[in-house]
Ligand binder design. Structure first.
Ligand code: UDP
Length: 326
């Protein structure tokens, strides 16, 4: 299948691109390289540097490549930043998705996979969190993803588009020692902890230890990026069966303290940690119920162990201590 991957030079997008190429799909990557890294794009994919705000560029890409399907990763993705710059998230994420959808419809491309988020579930009534859980976006970022899910709902009703929205929990780990996580600025716990182990940071600050969890620190569902990638590919292959939303996680929760302790075991570094204030907007526990995905698509996580996830990330960080070339 010919697949257009927006944000295919980013952390999750580039991993999915590489897995699609391995599976024999023809891949076109669209990325503005604002956060992405051209070095992360598989050499067998076609790379186009373009911005989704540029509708003419989008039309040229569709005209030239005529994709059968779209995987949409390109977006602003930081919960905290979205509180400071709500218009960037509520306008750009949504308008860019509209540009993409309008062009897709014009070129009769009606298969769409959306990278959505667990930030739709700010006040879960039940843990683990199933896709049917009440939607309460936790930030302008979460709301922007929910708005795109709603756009897809209407694309299906009006144009017969088939879509899957995958709401992921905490993506982490590295697909190989050439594909890893390199954000600027880095805000995610696993790469930050590993930067301490590499001597690039002095210590890690734990954002609160007074949550209602077994050790007082937040519990998250850490899912290996390769397991995420497989879910995208399975969802793409199943799209003829109708549109779906799935929650996508490992199904197991680990606390911030457990993450740090596991990283200490793997790296052999003491990783000094201090307790800081809570980070606004952090729920105590987020763990996914991915049963629908397992049942309907036959997905199973291959790397559910936190030890394996952090080990893969560590191998990448050791090999690429400064990340991708800037
Ligand atoms: N966290 C932390 N210190 C940091 C960064 C993150 O204690 O320097 C905690 C954060 O409060 C959350 C967990 O680690 O409970 C995962 O945060 P991350 O930013 O990696 O992902 P998020 O859950 O926000 O998607």
């Amino acid at each position: 299948m010919k697949v257009l991957v927006t944000g295919g030079a980013g952390y999750i997008g580039s991993t999915v691109v590489s897995e699609l190429v391995k599976a024999g799909d023809e891949v076109i990557v669209l990325d503005n390289l604002f956060q992405g890294h051209e070095d992360a794009v598989d050499a067998n994919a076609t790379f186009v540097k373009a911005d989704l705000a540029d509708k003419a560029a989008l039309e040229t890409i569709f005209e030239t490549h005529r994709p059968d399907a779209i995987m949409h990763f390109a977006s602003y993705t930081l919960v905290g930043e979205s509180w400071e710059k709500p218009f960037l998230y509520l306008r750009d994420n949504v308008v860019n998705a509209l540009n993409l959808l309008e062009t897709a419809v014009a070129f009769d491309c009606k298969k769409f996979i959306l990278s959505s988020t667990a930030n739709l579930f700010d006040e879960p009534e039940r843990i683990p969190i199933a896709p049917e859980e009440r939607i309460v976006p936790g930030s302008p970022y979460g709301e922007s993803k929910y708005l795109i899910e709603r756009l897809l709902h209407w694309m299906e009703r009006v144009y017969g588009m088939n879509y899957a929205a995958l709401r992921y929990f905490n993506a982490c780990g590295a697909a190989s020692d050439t594909l890893g996580e390199d954000h600027a600025p880095e805000t995610h716990i696993i790469p930050l902890v590993l930067e301490v182990a590499l001597g690039q940071r002095e210590k890690i600050t734990i954002f609160g230890d007074d949550y209602d969890t077994p050790d007082g620190t937040c519990v998250r569902d850490y899912i290996h990026v390769l397991d995420l990638a497989q879910a995208h590919i399975l969802a793409l292959r199943s799209l003829d069966g109708g549109s779906k939303v799935y929650n996508l996680g490992n199904g197991k929760g680990f606390s911030v303290k457990e993450v740090i302790e596991t990283a200490r075991e793997i790296t052999g570094h003491p990783i000094p940690a201090e307790i800081g204030a809570r980070r606004p907007g952090d729920p105590a526990t987020l763990v996914a119920d991915s049963e629908k995905l397992k049942r309907e698509l036959g997905w199973e996580p291959k790397y559910p162990s936190l030890h394996d996830i952090i080990s893969s990330a560590w191998a990448w960080h050791v090999k690429n201590p400064s990340g991708y070339e800037k």
